[in-house]
Design a binder for this molecule. Structure first.
Ligand code: PFF
Length: 455
């Protein structure tokens, strides 16, 4: 039998816990630690959080269940899965192609953010960024991202690192490591929350995060929140379909999905509670953008004894969490090139990396050499982020929901979700099916059209 991704065979993960850990490994990443706080800060706080939670429940959860189910039934890459399950000549497999494009776009900017995390491990160890002085932490981050050489070299370093993991076939080891270390990240975030909550303007930060100002919820805020829900759960592009193909037949898909979603939300909430009280206490700008976490975290650590070394640990753990997410992103193009175009896995990996160095460099230079190169008013970094999260993933979500709701149908969906009547979750199956057939696609479509100013 062929050896597949992460050293797993298509027959599936070895244990139920392995499934949960691997799926969580894809979901939890810089989306929680970096993107969630910065988008919440830039989009008005609690109102954004509320919409994000709604989007996760009404759209994210059903689409994730759909993706994993389709993957498990077909046991193949996203393109082959949709080809196998759809009636002949209906081009649903194009969702898999779009997913591959999304993986490239996301990896291009994500690898740059991982590059900043790696660079911060070194900077933290040197002690040069530990300060509660806004000017010091902002200058340190600014110096990193505006230096083209540093930006490029760190990013290429990240890509070589990920490539080596894949080529050496040690992904399984990395996953085991992630599994062991994630509780540590959780604890460290908890410690940061306690410190942040003890700061003098903590109440302002909490109010920003939890007291919605409904006037700030515009159509584009709603689209951004929904895009974040897709990005966070790694859905709409075939990643979860690919992971579903490794699920065992007796795994309870709705339960696993619910656990992943809950754990993922918890990590994001901890990150939010660690960041915003500090933002208000130290006089940072909540709307600082992608820099937010990198300038705030050093200020929080500056309040803790041994803060310098704990900060090193924090960024190492963040890098490990990001590595799990990146491996799952790489999986989409690599499996497709491998299974569809017949490239060997090492060749598929090298080709993907080569393309990423080319395209990703444009994102790495978005804050320096290419800062003025804009398309639709956005730098390449922002454009790739916007197009993937706010257009490709939600559109993929619409098609996956429609496919299950109208083409695949309730009977096959029920059979798969009840594990051939082994599980007694009929009500749940019906509720999820209803969401997929009517509510999720309609909601996504309206949010997209409004958010993109189409009407
Ligand atoms: N969910 C990851 C995070 O929040 O960091 C990012 C991600 C991974 C998005 C895999 C999409 C994906 F397919």
């Amino acid at each position: 039998m062929t050896q597949y991704a992460h050293g797993l065979k298509r027959v599936g993960f070895t244990s139920g816990f392995g499934v949960l850990a691997a799926t969580l490994g894809s979901a939890v990443g810089l989306g929680n630690i970096w993107k969630f706080p910065y988008l919440t800060g830039a989009n008005g706080g609690a109102g954004f959080l509320l919409v994000y939670l709604l989007a996760t429940l009404l759209v994210g959860l059903p689409v994730m269940i759909a993706e994993i189910t389709l993957g498990r039934v077909a046991k193949a890459n996203p393109i082959s899965t949709l080809q196998a399950l759809a009636p002949r000549r209906q081009p649903w497999w194009l969702v898999g192609v779009a997913g591959m494009l999304a993986a490239f776009l996301i990896l291009s900017f994500y690898s740059e953010v991982v590059a900043w995390v790696f660079a911060y491990v070194v900077k933290a160890a040197r002690g040069s960024i530990l300060s509660s002085d806004r000017q010091v932490t902002e200058a340190a981050f600014g110096a990193l991202i505006s230096d083209p050489l540093q930006s490029l070299l760190w990013q290429w370093g990240v890509l070589v690192f990920i490539g080596s993991i894949l080529l050496l076939g040690v992904t399984k080891g990395i996953e085991a490591l992630t599994k062991k270390l994630m509780p540590l990240l959780f604890l460290l975030l908890l410690l940061l929350c306690l410190v942040s909550l003890s700061l003098d303007k903590a109440a302002d930060g909490l109010a920003f995060l939890f007291k919605p100002d409904f006037s700030k919820i515009t159509a584009s805020v709603v689209l951004t929140a929904m895009g974040l829900a897709f990005f966070k759960l790694s859905i709409g592009m075939g990643t979860m379909m690919t992971y579903g193909s490794y699920f065992r037949d007796e795994q309870n898909i709705p339960l696993t999905t619910f656990r992943v979603m809950t754990a993922d939300l918890c990590v994001s909430m901890l990150a939010g509670i660690a960041i915003f009280p500090a933002v208000f206490s130290f006089g940072f700008e909540p709307a600082a953008g992608p820099a937010l976490v990198f300038i705030t975290i050093p200020a929080v650590f500056s309040q803790i004894p041994m803060g310098q070394w704990l900060m090193v640990v924090f960024f190492v753990l963040a890098a490990i969490a990001a590595t799990g997410a990146m491996l799952s992103l790489m999986e989409v193009p690599v499996v497709i090139l491998n299974e569809r175009l017949g490239l060997s896995r090492p060749k598929a990996t090298l080709l993907t990396l080569f393309l990423l160095v080319l395209v990703g460099s444009g994102c790495a230079l978005s804050n320096s050499t290419l800062a003025h190169f804009k398309l639709f008013g956005l730098t390449l970094f922002d454009l790739f982020d916007f197009v993937s999260s706010n257009i490709i993933l939600p559109a993929g979500g619409i098609f996956i929901a429609l496919f299950v709701g109208w083409v695949w149908g309730i009977d096959k969906f029920r059979l798969a979700l009840t594990n051939h009547s082994q599980l007694h979750n009929e009500k749940l199956v019906q509720a999820v099916f209803l969401l997929l057939r009517y509510i999720s696609p309609l909601l996504i479509l309206i949010v997209m059209l409004k958010g993109l100013n189409v009407f």
